[in-house]
Structure formats: C-alpha cells, structure tokens
Design a protein around this ligand. Structure first.
Ligand code: DC
Length: 220
C-alpha cells in the first residue's frame, strides 16, 4: 500500500504565529515541519558573518556555492553547524528579509524546499509556499494578525531570550519587513487564491492549530 502524502502550506507576515502553530500541527499529525524562514535566516547569518555586501553579486554567488542549508531535529544547519538562536536576532531578521529578495538566494532555497516537499508529508511555513514552492499542496492557509499584535508577540519572544529591544523598535522592524517581503519583485508575500485565511489577532495558538488540524483531518 502506498502511503498518502499530504502537504500543508502556511504563509503569512512576520509574527503571525506561523512557526509555533505549524510545529503543533506537525506534532498532531505526525509529519515533518519545515521552517523556510530559518533557511533564509541561515543564509543571512552567513552573509553577515562573512561581511558580504548584498550588492556584490559575485561575492554572494560564491558564498552560496559554498553554503549548504539543511534542517534536522527542528534546527537549521549551515554547512553542518546547528545555528540555534543565533539566527533569531533583529540583525539577522533584517538581513534575511533583505537577502530573500535576491534571485540567486531564492533560486537556491526554493529548489531545496520543493525537493523537501516531494519526499514526504510536510507542513511548510514561509511567505511564498502556497504561491510558489508547494503550488499543488493539498491544504493552504494564510495567517494574519494586526501589526500591533504581531509586534507584541515578537517583543515578548525576544525579551524572553534576553534581548535588549523596545516594543516600538520591534513594531517598526515588523512594518519594514512586511513592506520588503510583500513588495519585492520575486515571489512576494501573497495569499494564494486557494488558501484559507485565518486572522489570529484574537485567537490563541491552540485555537488556530485546531482550525488547521480540523480542516486537514476532515479533508483527508
Ligand atoms: O519567517 P521568518 O521571519 O523566519 O523569515 C525571515 C525572512 O525570510 C522573511 O523576512 C522573509 C524571508 N522569507 C521568504 O522570503 N520566503 C519564505 N518562504 C520564508 C521567509
């Protein structure tokens, strides 16, 4: 008997709760969670570490040729090195948003993500999963929440990690990333026509995860 493969795409802006919710759904269904944002963050981390300017096309291409990004046990690996929280700083967030607009970066990571989605059942979150990476996913969701609510959530997360940030700064960063991610030319953040939109402003993580789990279990 061949095992049924299901692919779930979850897109939405920064701080809409995508990753926490996707992790819960993955655990509930016993499938893999693929955090595509972490993959862009790993490339961003390397660009910052090696002090490569995004305008230096050949340096970026050289770095990419020598960059292996993988996901294992809920961690992103950069050339085999687990990066942990090093990719969760505001500096890396900004660079991830900036470098994700480069065709060379997207080409490399999208190809990897498409391959991951062919091999097994997955829930993948990002910005262009429903519109570009897993266009034929069995289930597509688009998570939103007000900018203020997303900033409050991200602020609490960063504070818990001991980072020195203010709510105003986090809200400004989120607005800037929203603008970058949704206005870039290549695969911008956009709701797929066939995605179900969920506004999580007044919903808990559990409630949103349940909406997705119910839809998937019923629709299988
Ligand atoms: O989901 P995140 O905040 O970890 O993502 C970091 C950045 O990566 C985000 O600002 C935009 C980019 N990204 C993207 O362009 N496409 C994806 N599928 C996922 C993330």
């Amino acid at each position: 008997m061949t095992k049924e493969i299901i692919r779930i795409a979850v897109d939405g802006p920064s701080g809409a709760g995508k990753s926490t919710i996707a992790k819960k759904v993955a655990a509930g269904l016993g499938i893999d969670y693929i955090d595509t944002g972490a993959m862009y963050r790993a490339v961003a981390y390397r660009l910052l570490r090696d002090r490569v300017e995004l305008t230096d096309e050949s340096a970026v291409e050289k770095l990419l040729a020598d960059t292996d990004v993988d996901l294992a046990m809920g961690e992103v690996l950069l050339n085999g090195e687990a990066l942990g929280d090093k990719i969760r700083t505001p500096e890396v967030s900004k660079m991830a948003s900036a470098c994700s607009a480069l065709p060379a970066v997207r080409e490399k990571l999208v190809q990897l993500q498409k391959k991951m989605g062919r091999e097994k059942s997955v829930i993948m979150d990002g910005r262009d999963i429903g519109t570009n990476v897993l266009t034929d996913a069995e289930f597509k969701f688009f998570l939103t929440a007000s900018t203020h609510e997303r900033a409050v959530r991200r602020y609490k997360e960063l504070k818990e990690k001991g980072q020195d940030v203010t709510l105003e700064q986090v809200e400004r960063d989120i607005e800037e990333r929203d603008r970058n991610d949704s206005t870039r030319e290549l695969n911008p953040l956009r709701k797929a026509k066939d995605a179900v939109e969920i506004d999580s402003t007044r919903l808990s993580i559990e409630e949103v995860a349940d909406v997705i789990l119910n839809a998937v279990t019923k629709g299988r």
